[in-house]
Design a protein around this ligand. Structure first.
Ligand SMILES: Cc1cc2nc3c(=O)[nH]c(=O)nc-3n(C[C@H](O)[C@H](O)[C@H](O)COP(=O)(O)OP(=O)(O)OC[C@H]3O[C@@H](n4cnc5c(N)ncnc54)[C@H](O)[C@@H]3O)c2cc1C
Length: 649
């Protein structure tokens, strides 16, 4: 529980009850609900004096009023005029862009314009449990990978959906809120590639600058307290989990497998299992829009414009970026930058914008009829992602979802932000593990989602697969609960790419993740997924008659479930993503192999930087939001240094 656990509403102090757990998934009960038994015949108009109704109506009023406190207050989009000039133009108000807007506007003489293609985050972005309902809505760019005929043959359309947030907060408004920093080894690799500003000990300072750990229990542990920053804008806490009884069982299984339970996985250097930290507090998402942007809206040197698409960066004949071309309410405008344009549009859109602006591989640009201003072949290359292999474990526990308790959860959430709505759909535990039990760096990660028996959401989860896979799993779901272990390979060798489909900014680029292109990835994944699948043989899973679900795919039917041959056959066909694409504007010293230098300036272009997840030369050993926020903190500091501003901290 953090310091935000008390809340004020119309002079009423609502106090979070520590340990309040909301609805529980119960044993094998049929779906009988109090609400389903209520009919319109059960009139509420029994004799009454009015006193009871007054209290009931006041309660409704309280519940409705309480929901007004969930979202931030957003100012309307600022007015801009064509040919306006700002010192800095930041493109994209996502994980990185919000940080930059905040840090750059600390310098009062700099006028900063932040441009976002999406609008204000909807209430579903703030309520953790609704994270997945944002997908394929206007708040999601809703990208898809391009079919290749080589992988994803078992996926409907032979593609993988790649959601990306399109709102203030960007993907930090749609993500699973899992927070990690990564390992010194991750950043040592970046540093060793010839990026002197990115030494792990330097970066620790910027992680800490961003962080505010607020879990009061963890703060009692000096080691954990010392691992995190305590005074930064990015709130980090722990979900008030509803599933604790279930997740503790799974943790005991991980422990039995040798993935030792840790109080804080980041402090334990990402080896073992445990409850993860989240960018959330008091049952509410803490996107970078909430933590970095909401309170700077009224800075006089800052303008934020929303629902505005940047079409390209304007580059003059001296290869200097001097502004952007944008489209707002159907109107196309030029806006000028006196000092710099900064692209923080994310791993897909930043390279797309560079290419649309004439910066990229010459042949590719010319094939798309774009005049090449800077031949930079690495733009869009080096795409890396953490892929998922789903390991479905079916069992007889928990039973059906209790619908009454689901409604109670909504009431609990309105009352004190607890219950199942207060946590993401994904269970808040995970494991990091390695092939070699004595390794100091994890090779793999496992996320978990638990669905009760006959869950529609579980069926939807598998509906991305073609028949007969989807139906086979749907049949099992009707009779079983399912534990979905999402196995990730943390350090893939395969490299994908992003290229233009057309030269029109509104046309989506082509995304080729090339999962398993490098055979070492398949070898490593097969070994790891077999290790993880052994979880069915642990005490807890045996006690609930658990068994591994099998992908019913004719090409692989000859192989025994969980054999190396089985996974080798099925993995490339069912692979999906945990949504961590990075690397398409990689940082490095060599312009033929990278896009930005170690100060995040685009090679051969003046006045243009890229600062977002796309600059990672190698993907981190963990979820990528925390590292992206750090990149933006580091990037802001490099900009300040470049203009002679020395900060005291
Ligand atoms: C579904 C999902 C779940 C995830 N779960 C986790 C998790 O639990 N933990 C974790 O650590 N990481 C997670 N990630 C990854 C993490 O959120 C991203 O790595 C991180 O948010 C990337 O930040 P960014 O600033 O690079 O891009 P984004 O946050 O995507 O920001 C880019 C912004 O630029 C805007 N933009 C793009 N193009 C234009 C344009 N032309 N004009 C104007 N604006 C534009 C976009 O609308 C967006 O707001 C998840 C990601 C997704 C999508």
């Amino acid at each position: 529980m953090g310091k935000y656990d008390t809340q004020y509403l119309s002079n009423k102090k609502i106090i979070m009850k520590s340990g309040q757990t909301g609805a529980k998934l119960r044993g094998n009960k049929k779906n009988t609900s109090f609400f389903s038994r209520c009919t319109l015949k059960d009139s509420c108009m029994k004799p009454n004096t009015g006193a009871a109704f007054q209290d009931i109506l006041s309660t409704y009023h309280f519940m409705v009023a309480s929901t007004c406190l969930i979202t931030d207050q957003w100012e309307p989009s600022a007015d801009i005029k064509g040919y306006d000039t700002y010192d800095f133009i930041v493109v994209g108000a996502g994980s990185a862009g919000c940080v930059l807007a905040n840090r750059l506007t600390e310098i009062t003489q700099w006028r900063v314009l932040l441009i976002e293609a999406g609008g204000d985050p909807p209430i579903e972005s703030y309520i953790p449990q609704f994270d997945q309902t944002l997908r394929k809505t206007q708040y999601d760019w809703n990208y898809k990978t391009a079919p290749t005929g080589r992988i994803n043959q078992a996926n409907v359309g032979e593609i993988v959906h790649w959601p990306r947030g399109k709102m203030l907060g960007g993907s930090s408004g749609i993500n699973g809120m899992i927070y990690f920093e990564g390992l010194p080894d991750d950043y040592e690799k970046w540093h060793n590639l010839g990026n002197p500003e990115w030494r792990p000990d330097i970066l620790r300072k910027f992680f800490k600058k961003s962080q505010s750990l607020q879990d009061e229990k963890l703060l009692q542990n000096p080691l954990i307290r010392n691992t995190y920053g305590l005074h930064g804008p990015q709130i980090i806490n722990t979900f008030n989990s509803t599933y604790r009884n279930l997740t503790l069982n799974v943790l005991s299984s991980y422990n039995e497998m040798g993935f030792k339970i840790r109080e804080d996985l980041q402090t334990a250097q990402l080896l073992g299992s445990g409850i993860f930290r989240a960018t959330a507090y008091n049952g509410r998402r803490a996107s970078t829009a909430s933590t970095y942007l909401s309170y700077i809206q009224n800075r006089t040197n800052f303008k934020l414009i929303k629902n505005t698409l940047v079409l390209k960066v304007l580059i003059d004949n001296n290869q200097r970026a001097y502004g952007v071309l944008l489209k707002q309410k159907g109107k196309i405008m030029k806006i000028f930058a006196r000092l710099e344009v900064i692209l923080s549009a994310g791993t897909i859109n930043s390279p797309q914008l560079l290419m649309l602006s004439g910066i990229g591989e010459k042949n590719h640009l010319e094939a798309k009829r774009i005049q090449c201003k800077v031949d930079l072949p690495a733009v869009g290359k080096n795409l890396q992602d953490h892929m998922i292999l789903t390991v479905p474990v079916f069992s007889n526990y928990p039973g059906y979802e209790n619908i009454d308790e689901k409604y109670l959860d909504v009431a609990l959430y309105a009352y004190n932000r607890s219950g199942s709505l207060a946590q993401a759909r994904i269970a808040d535990i995970l494991a990091f593990f390695a092939k070699d039990k004595n390794a100091l760096i994890p090779d793999y990660q496992s996320h978990l989602i638990i669905f009760p028996r006959n869950s529609t959401q579980a069926k939807n989860y598998f509906s991305i697969y073609k028949e007969p896979i989807a139906q086979t799993f749907a049949n099992l779901i009707e009779e079983h609960s399912v534990y979905i272990f999402q196995f990730n390979l943390l350090h893939p060798y395969s490299r994908g790419n992003i290229s233009l489909n057309t030269n029109r900014p509104v046309d989506y680029p082509l995304i080729y993740p090339n999962y398993f292109d490098d055979t070492r990835d398949l070898d490593a994944a097969v070994e790891g997924v077999q290790i993880l699948s052994e979880i069915v043989n642990t005490n807890f899973f045996r006690s609930i008659n658990a068994f591994l679900g099998r992908y019913n795919w004719s090409e692989c039917n000859a192989y025994k479930t969980n054999s190396a041959d089985y996974w080798r056959c099925i993995a490339p066909q069912i692979v999906t993503t945990v949504y961590h694409p990075v690397g398409t504007c990689a940082m490095g010293p060599n312009p033929s192999a990278s896009v930005v230098d170690s100060r995040l300036r685009v090679h051969h272009v003046k006045g243009l930087r890229v600062i977002d997840a796309s600059i990672m030369p190698n993907i981190t050993s963990c979820n990528t939001n925390g590292p992206t926020i750090m990149i933006a903190e580091r990037g802001s500091d490099l900009i300040k240094e470049d203009y002679g501003i020395v900060e005291l901290n």
